[in-house]
Design a protein around this ligand. Structure first.
Ligand SMILES: [Zn+2]
Length: 74
């Protein structure tokens, strides 16, 4: 699976449920999801720390905090 940001706990659970063996994550700076847990379970996790992904999500959170907090459940 390839994601822009660290997977939320719902998505992390789906990775586990469907036995997905590897997750490539664009960035985990703006949001730290379940990737540590997945790694502990033996899922291969690659965090690219991609500047474009970090700016994309950072800008979205800054400009639409109500949508971000609604979606991510914080
Ligand atoms: Zn999710």
């Amino acid at each position: 699976m390839v994601t822009t940001l660290s997977p939320c706990w719902y998505c992390s659970g789906l990775v586990r449920q469907f036995n997905i063996g590897a997750v490539v994550i664009g960035e985990a700076t703006n949001f730290h999801g379940g990737h540590d847990w997945l790694r502990e379970l033996g899922v291969e996790v690659l965090i690219l720390d991609d500047q474009a992904c970090t700016e994309l999500l950072g800008t979205f959170i800054h400009e639409h905090p109500e949508l971000w907090h609604e979606d991510i459940g914080l």
